[in-house]
Design a protein around this ligand. Structure first.
Ligand SMILES: [Mn+2]
Length: 469
């Protein structure tokens, strides 16, 4: 028996899937997804078809995969959260009246026992409201002539996938699609059409999405606040990371919207630091760029706090400068502001401040210590899709963007060494309104004195005792 089980384990690569059974009551509805498909169709060019593939599964360890994460475009348009699927949306109703066609994973009792429940065609019809749902294996012989369309619209096709599992996995579906659509290595370039449609749709959030994004940001703030209270010189970066993760899940989030960045001192100067394994944070600044994923929607919140609860004069000087830059950018966040103004405002404030502190002399050198941009779209992807057409692109009502100035001074920088290893970023999630904004992450303090005040409070996490091992 044991051998048989092992054999199964070799045959079935295990990808834990978040089941669509027993969904929370505040999940996006099938009407939401249908509305998004209709909005998508309205923007499609004449006589075209759009194709969206699910994301590939990826190996974590031998025959175990990472938890599956759906292609956000697929999720946005269907609500389907399983791998090995392909969706077609037609500009015009086809001969049978269908405006869409969806190939999904077939139900399979054995696989479902190992890796989780599947919706199958019936579930896709009843739960997601997509009537033209078929099993993936039916795609091969399905009568569909892609050559009759003037345009085939798709975003990046899945890459780095192999066809070793079965004929109708993602690789199989992709090969069948390429054959049917006449896409070869030679003409690939000519046929490639980027789907800017989801950029235009996803950059403007609907009321249903805003509700979920507000929740995602709010619960991420609870996590940041709890860490501010709990953190001390003896805590490890990973422990702080763990408190975030616990609170996200406590509030019903699926997990994190991106790999958490929790870095103390020198580690805080590494923009996408992810090791989070320093065990002594002492009296350094702890930079935490951590946000939840709530029903698909990422929050992206950064707070920088003194591990011992009190900013040193140098830490405070840099912190206040970054805070001032963020406040200045907030002031221009409203419909009609060009994107370039956000970063220019941040750069200007930071440059002036760094000159005043004697860290630089030429304003251009602000880029030595502020190396990234100030803002990006936020949504289903942490760096969300949006119709960004260069620096003069204007902010619009119901966009959600981040505002995240920062200063990073690694050791051996050309300034007084009292500034070394100070890294500060403050990041908030702003819903753009006609004449102003709503700060979705306002529940976590940003002012230095409010952070110090909160740090004095005790956290339940401080009382937790575990056996020595
Ligand atoms: Mn960000």
């Amino acid at each position: 028996m044991k051998q048989l089980l092992l054999l199964f384990a070799f045959l079935i690569t295990l990808t834990p899937i978040h089941s669509q059974e027993n969904l929370p009551t505040d999940y996006l509805t099938k009407e939401f997804h249908k509305g998004r498909r209709e909005a998508f169709r309205a923007l499609m060019p004449a006589n075209s078809v759009a194709v969206v593939f699910s994301y590939p599964e990826r190996v974590f360890s031998r025959d175990i995969n990472y938890n599956f994460h759906q292609n956000p475009d697929m999720y946005y348009l269907t609500g389907y959260k399983e791998p090995d699927a392909v969706l077609f949306i037609f500009k015009d109703a086809q001969a049978n009246g269908d405006t869409e066609l969806f190939f999904v994973r077939e139900r399979n009792a054995t696989h479902e026992m190992w890796t989780g429940r599947r919706l199958g065609t019936e579930g896709t019809k009843s739960k997601l409201g997509i009537s033209a749902a078929y099993n993936a294996k039916e795609f091969k012989d399905f009568a569909i002539d892609f050559k009759k369309f003037d345009k085939i619209i798709y975003d990046k096709l899945p890459t780095n996938i192999d066809g070793t599992r079965n004929e109708f996995d993602l690789y199989g579906l992709l090969q069948i699609f390429k054959t049917k659509a006449g896409i070869t290595a030679e003409n690939k370039e000519a046929l490639e059409t980027f789907a800017n449609i989801t950029n235009s749709l996803r950059e403007i959030k609907t009321p249903e999405e805003i509700v979920l994004m507000r929740k995602s940001a709010k619960l991420s703030c609870v996590a940041h606040n709890e860490v501010m209270k709990a953190v001390g010189p003896d805590m490890s970066e990973n422990e702080a990371d763990g408190i975030h993760a616990y609170i996200h899940k406590k509030y019903g989030a699926e997990g994190e919207g991106y790999p958490p960045i929790v870095g103390a001192g020198a580690n805080g100067c590494i923009l996408h630091y992810g090791e989070n394994n320093s065990t002594k944070i002492d009296n350094q600044l702890l930079l935490m760029d951590v946000g939840s994923e709530y029903h698909g929607y990422a929050a992206d919140v950064t707070r920088t706090v003194p591990a011992n609860g009190k900013f040193s004069p140098e830490q405070k000087a840099i912190y206040e400068l970054v805070y001032e830059a963020q406040e200045e950018v907030f002031k221009i966040c409203k419909e009609g502001t060009p994107w370039i103004d956000l970063n220019n405002t941040a750069k200007e404030v930071l440059a002036k401040g760094l000159i005043k502190l004697g860290i630089i002399t030429d304003p251009k050198d602000v880029r030595i210590y502020y190396t990234h941009g100030c803002s990006h779209f936020l949504g289903l992807d942490v760096h969300d899709k949006g119709n960004f057409k260069g620096p003069q692109t204007l902010l619009k009502e119901n966009m959600v963007i981040t505002v995240e100035p920062g200063i990073y001074i690694p050791a051996n920088s050309k300034c007084d060494k009292k500034w070394w290893n100070i890294g500060v970023r403050i990041e908030d999630d702003l819903l753009i309104l006609k004449d102003s904004y709503e700060n979705l992450s306002a529940d976590s303090p940003r002012k230095w004195d409010e952070i110090e005040k909160l740090a004095k409070e005790k956290s339940k996490f401080n009382e937790m005792k575990f056996p020595k091992i």
